[in-house]
Design a binder for this molecule. Structure first.
Ligand code: WTA
Length: 660
């Protein structure tokens, strides 16, 4: 990975601040004092946070960092993650509290209490055991946003098996590479899923993925769409089993076993700078401690009072940490919605907020910008007065979007928490503390109590106020990744090699301090794009393009996009013998876009593909993406002096103009 200067041209000049209301501050879960307490004694602070959980055996040491960068937290402690998320709430007399208000896209609903969730998780755990799944085995899950997705994850956690959840929109080949990498023994999926009012197949995609995948012994299939699915469900006798046949027949009792604090909990794949996705590994005690802690203080969550809604998909880390583990550990009542935000109409989210009296709403900037585009008259039709806190995650939030969100969704009264974190960090790291922080539109501001972040230059020296550089995490944290599945070297190289001398974790994000020392995130500094909050690597899309028979070479860049944050723009060189009018025509371009969707998934479809005669390269053969980004964003082309052939950019620009 090369270090390049982060885009300082998008340094924000926003200077408004929004202090918390006295009323909110008076009841807030955290106070200013927490920062000082955590700083005075971080380990004692984290011990207090770990006490939120039920431990079968208490730890003997808070942190063992002697084998850095491999951390051990709450060493010697033993706990069961699922017990902490479900059983103990039932044992404490909250069995009748609704855990999940589930809303299906077609309008069907289910309310699931903690007592019911407990029975379902026990049955699913028994079902997995009956298939021979044991602790440390891997279970791949590709499911829509239905209760069985959460139940499956908790069932794995309960028996010490690792889940690897694969986003429902990923293609069969993306699923296959994840199944193979983790050597999954069981796959859990559904017959289909509802998308924009239609039943779409899912099992068929899984079958395509699993053709010849010899680690997989069983496939459990949830019936979600049933007869709505055209063409029925493909079935492999002996391998496939219906969820309702297998799980419903099980006992709803299961004695949870306590696992070591460092027992692996899950693998979640995320894009890196090279083509192959990385399996980010998280473990039990530290992870659960920090997601429960952060959910408590960042969302100011009050169990039994709040109705919480995180709109993420469980296929992403946000769904893992802030739908499944954090909220359930904290005995939340939450909304889980299956579908898209404009089905059957653009007010769907606000209708749900109104109906369930949602108090805490957590979403992504890309969706906020989409809501802006749809118009403020849509949320205005609904009663959103139940909301008391709103949040954002996934990419930098533009000040305009922040201000719109505050006014049109938050009624000018709700604090906004702009939360910075990553799949790798496991939990929120940088965020305002509601009731404490004077919020600034567009800034995540300050590391949470117990967390330490810095903005540093190339050499690892902290930059002064108003200075820009790279974001690092300079102290280990409980929910930190414990490695990249099966690839220790990649873990060291990706995160710890940049600042090896200082021992800092390199996040891959550009950042700056403002005059008050608050942190502003500026986007990725590596070859990872952020499209609608989804991480996609340029190399992944390039490889997909080059795998098409007409393409010889491809270069992909993320260009600024008003709605999705970044849009994927691809430049392709055709193979010899392929005529440009044939392969560069509209139909052929559409075919290339579809090909990428098939290889990776619809989220990776390029917004734009341009056929070019050459790509700009340095003398050492490295593609100069910076110049292509200039083209893609319609800017004056930057410095071309390091190009091997400086006329290349003229050719590309001319080609662009003749087409536009
Ligand atoms: C970006 C999502 C600015 C960042 C939880 C990070 C953000 C990547 C923010 C991780 C934010 C996430 N402000 N940028 N509040 N939140 N990011 O792994 O570039 O899907 O490195 O985790 O998203 O994406 P991931």
């Amino acid at each position: 990975m090369t270090k390049q200067s982060p885009a300082l041209d998008n340094l924000l000049t926003e200077s408004r601040t929004f202090p918390p209301s006295e009323e909110f501050a008076a009841k807030a879960n955290a106070t200013e004092q927490w920062y000082a307490d955590a700083e005075a004694d971080p380990e004692a602070f984290w011990e207090r946070q770990a006490e939120r959980l039920h431990w079968q055996t208490k730890w003997s040491q808070v942190l063992d960092w002697s084998n850095a960068p491999f951390a051990k937290w709450f060493v010697g402690g033993k706990l069961n993650v699922a017990y902490n998320c479900v059983d103990r709430h039932v044992e404490n007399g909250h069995g009748d509290q609704v855990a999940i208000h589930w809303v299906g896209e077609p309008g069907d609903t289910r309310d699931i209490t903690y007592a019911e969730l407990h029975r379902e998780v026990c049955k699913a755990a028994n079902a997995l055991l009956s298939l021979g799944v044991t602790a440390n085995d891997r279970v791949a899950i590709q499911l829509p946003m239905i209760p069985e997705a959460i139940v499956s994850m908790l069932a794995c956690a309960r028996i010490g098996a690792l889940h690897s959840v694969v986003f429902g929109g990923f293609s069969s080949s993306a699923l296959r590479s994840r199944v193979d990498d983790a050597e999954a023994k069981v796959v859990i999926t559904s017959d289909g899923q509802y998308r924009r009012g239609k039943a779409m197949p899912m099992k068929a995609n899984v079958d395509e993925a699993l053709d010849g995948a010899d680690t997989v012994e069983k496939v459990i299939v949830v019936r979600r769409v049933g007869d709505d699915l055209e063409g029925g469900v493909p079935w492999t006798e002996g391998r496939d089993v219906w969820w309702h046949d297998l799980v419903d027949a099980q006992s709803d009792e299961h004695e949870p076993e306590a696992f070591d604090s460092e027992h692996p909990l899950f693998i979640l794949y995320t894009s890196g700078t090279t083509g192959k996705p990385k399996g980010i590994l998280h473990t039990s005690g530290g992870y659960l401690t920090q997601v429960a802690y952060s959910h408590h203080v960042v969302f100011d969550h009050k169990p039994g009072e709040d109705v919480y809604w995180c709109t993420a998909d469980i296929g992403w880390i946000t769904g893992h940490s802030y739908i499944v583990y954090g909220p359930l550990a904290n005995r939340a009542t939450q909304v889980v919605y299956e579908g898209t935000p404009n089905t059957p109409h653009e007010g769907r989210h606000w209708e749900i907020v109104q109906n369930y009296k949602v108090t805490i709403y957590y979403t992504a900037p890309t969706l906020i910008r989409t809501f802006m585009k749809w118009g403020s008259d849509i949320p205005a039709k609904y009663d959103l007065s139940s909301l008391r806190l709103i949040g954002s995650v996934g990419e930098p939030i533009n000040p305009e979007a922040w201000v719109w969100y505050r006014k049109h969704i938050g009624g000018d009264r709700c604090p906004i928490v702009d939360t910075w974190w990553q799949t790798e960090t496991g939990a929120i790291m940088i965020s305002p503390l509601p009731g404490v922080t004077h919020a600034k539109p567009g800034s995540a501001q300050r590391a949470l109590p117990g967390v330490s972040a810095k903005v540093v230059d190339n050499d690892g020296n902290e930059v002064p106020r108003n200075g820009g550089g790279y974001l690092v995490l300079d102290k280990p944290w409980p929910a930190m990744l414990r490695g990249v599945w099966g690839d220790e070297q990649r873990y060291r190289d990706t995160y710890w090699a940049q600042y090896a001398e200082q021992g800092y974790y390199f996040a891959g994000d550009g950042a700056k301090y403002d005059a008050d020392g608050d942190i502003w995130l500026l986007g990725r500094v590596d070859d990872v794009m952020n499209v609608s909050g989804h991480r996609i690597s340029t190399t992944e899309v390039e490889s997909a393009l080059v795998s098409h028979p007409t393409v010889a070479e491809a270069a992909v860049v993320g260009a600024t996009d008003p709605t999705t944050g970044q849009g994927i723009v691809a430049f392709v060189i055709l193979r010899g013998g392929v005529a440009e009018d044939e392969a560069g025509g509209e139909k052929a371009i559409q075919e290339l876009r579809d090909h990428v969707a098939k290889e990776i998934g619809p989220i990776a479809k390029p917004r734009q593909i341009m056929v070019v005669p050459e790509l700009p390269k340095t003398r050492s053969g490295k593609i100069m993406r910076r110049l292509l980004r200039d083209v893609a964003e319609n800017r004056e082309i930057g410095d071309v002096t390091t190009l091997a052939d400086s006329s290349v950019m003229d050719l590309i620009s001319k080609g662009m103009k003749s087409r536009s």
